[in-house]
Design a protein around this ligand. Structure first.
Ligand code: ADP
Ligand code: MG
Length: 473
């Protein structure tokens, strides 16, 4: 059963079934054609003999056999073997017959006699004298198309049947022989073609999370199996990459969680070292609360990202006016800039508003994060400008600041998790390094993107692009 389950066996089996059917069909056709032509040639031969016999009949005694055998030998070439000739008058009375018939006579059917009387030639196959005979009943017409006598010529079919029997024997032995040879060839070819599969099987079995660096060796040919190997290797590579990312993320997350916990622990130990005044305890508690807030924000951000990774964060999309949404966001963010005396400027280019299909809660979170960054990485007294507009298929919101800017080398990484250009500065400002990763996820979940232009020392501009939505009139 296991053998039939292998592709190799099934291929060979199918191949043999198809080849077998073809060979049998072919043999049947050869046999049919051969037997037809053999029987036809026999019929032609006896017809020729009947014609010769008919032409040599003495006109006055039409049913008398006059030296026919000699004449035949002259006309047909030689004395035909096992040929029986019989002459009759039109009512079936035998006039004369060839010597080899001795005291026997050829059978005459009623059908043949009737046909002969009407001038029609009849061919019949009959088992006579213990052998198969082909018999022609040939009417001889003389003057005025009147049938005067009938010639019957018979010849043995034994030779024809023997030839056909030999043909069957040859065909019947060639078909299985061809099948055996073809199946050996088929198994060999299937084995050769499927050899790389064993290799693929062996290597892929070895791959675990510990050795994702392994690759299946690429076969020399770029056939279906070559493509399969390419696909498998591509898959392992993607798995390896995401595995590394997960490991990195776990390491980074533990590290990020460890820092505030260490600070909390240190502060608590310090506070408990001796008896203190209530104001001092208050101070320690306030400082601890700051760390707790940072921890809780970090955990919140981690939760959002891990839910997003698992595909469990779904968007509640509805038609939204981006102008109104960013306006509300700016109001919310105003207090962030107060400490640094930063002015928030809001431009809306389109009076009618810019509409998108989006989740208001997540989009607010996106703009809040970007505005918070713009304020956080600005110098005291700067300006943050928020512009809403649209460009072709997309609605866009850009947040421009006059702050630190980001160097060209850092820009490709700022959307990575936990990536911060200046770790200590970000930490001081309460950053987790996850804000832009979340922003990127939200933009992509809205079929949009975020682009960045930045010049160190001059400022940055983050632009969010989201497909426009035309509200129904
Ligand atoms: N407007 C900006 N100006 C300068 N640098 C920025 C700005 N926005 C983001 N960055 C840089 O990108 C990093 C990643 O941002 P983000 O993911 O929001 O983390 P966080 O704000 O918590 O540090 C920041 O640490 C900062 O270095
Ligand atoms: Mg941030």
């Amino acid at each position: 059963m296991k053998f039939v389950k292998s592709i190799r066996a099934r291929l060979t089996l199918w191949y043999m079934i198809i080849l077998g059917c073809t060979l049998v069909l072919f043999s049947a056709l050869v046999y049919y054609q051969m037997s037809r032509s053999l029987y036809k040639s026999v019929d032609r031969k006896i017809l020729t003999i009947s014609e010769v016999v008919a032409s040599s009949l003495a006109p006055h005694s039409p049913s008398v056999f006059s030296d026919i055998e000699k004449k035949l030998a002259k006309e047909v070439g030689r004395q035909p073997a096992a040929k029986f000739i019989q002459l009759m008058d039109r009512s079936g009375n035998i006039g004369s017959k060839s010597l080899n018939l001795k005291n026997k006579r050829l059978p005459v059917s009623y059908e043949a006699l009737k046909n002969a009387a009407n001038g029609i030639v009849t061919y019949e196959t009959k088992e006579v004298f213990g052998e198969p005979l082909r018999i022609i009943t040939y009417p001889v017409k003389q003057k005025g198309s009147e049938v005067r006598s009938i010639v019957q010529v018979a010849t043995s079919l034994a030779e024809v049947r023997d030839t056909l029997r030999r043909l069957i024997f040859i065909l019947a032995s060639i078909v299985p022989l061809a099948l055996i040879i073809a199946s050996i060839g088929g198994i060999f070819l299937a084995n050769k073609a499927l050899k790389p599969v064993n290799e693929i099987n062996r290597i892929t079995k070895e791959i675990t999370s510990k050795n994702l660096g392994l690759r299946v060796p690429q076969p020399a040919t770029h056939d279906e199996l070559g493509q399969l190997v390419e696909t498998i290797n591509g898959m392992i590579e993607r798995l390896e990459k995401s595995f590394k990312q997960i490991q990195q993320f776990t390491a980074d997350a533990s590290h990020e969680l460890k820092t505030p916990l260490t600070i909390l622990k240190g502060e608590a130990e310090l506070a408990l070292r001796k008896e203190r005044r209530p104001e001092e305890y208050r101070q320690y508690l306030e400082s601890s609360l700051e760390e707790v807030n940072r921890l809780s924000r970090l955990v919140q951000d981690l939760l959002i990202l891990s839910k997003a990774d698992m595909g469990r964060l779904t968007l509640q999309k509805e038609p939204l006016n981006l102008v109104a949404l960013t306006d509300a966001c700016c109001e919310q963010c105003k207090f962030l800039g107060e400490g640094k005396n930063i002015q928030l400027v809001f431009n809306h280019s389109q009076e009618a508003g810019v509409w998108v299909m989006g989740d208001p809660y997540r989009l607010k979170q996106l703009f809040y994060n970007l505005i918070e960054n713009a304020i956080k990485y600005s110098n005291n007294g700067g300006t943050v400008e928020i512009t809403t507009g649209s460009n072709g298929q997309y609605a866009n919101v850009s947040i421009r600041d006059e702050g630190l800017g980001i160097s060209k080398e850092d820009i490709p990484y700022i959307f990575d998790r936990f990536y911060r250009v200046d770790k200590s500065r970000s930490r001081e400002a309460g950053g987790t390094g996850l804000g832009l990763s979340i922003c990127k996820w939200i933009a992509e979940a809205h079929q949009g993107k975020i682009t960045v232009e930045s010049e160190p020392g001059t400022g940055s501009c983050f632009t969010v692009w989201i497909p426009k939505h035309e509200p129904d009139a």
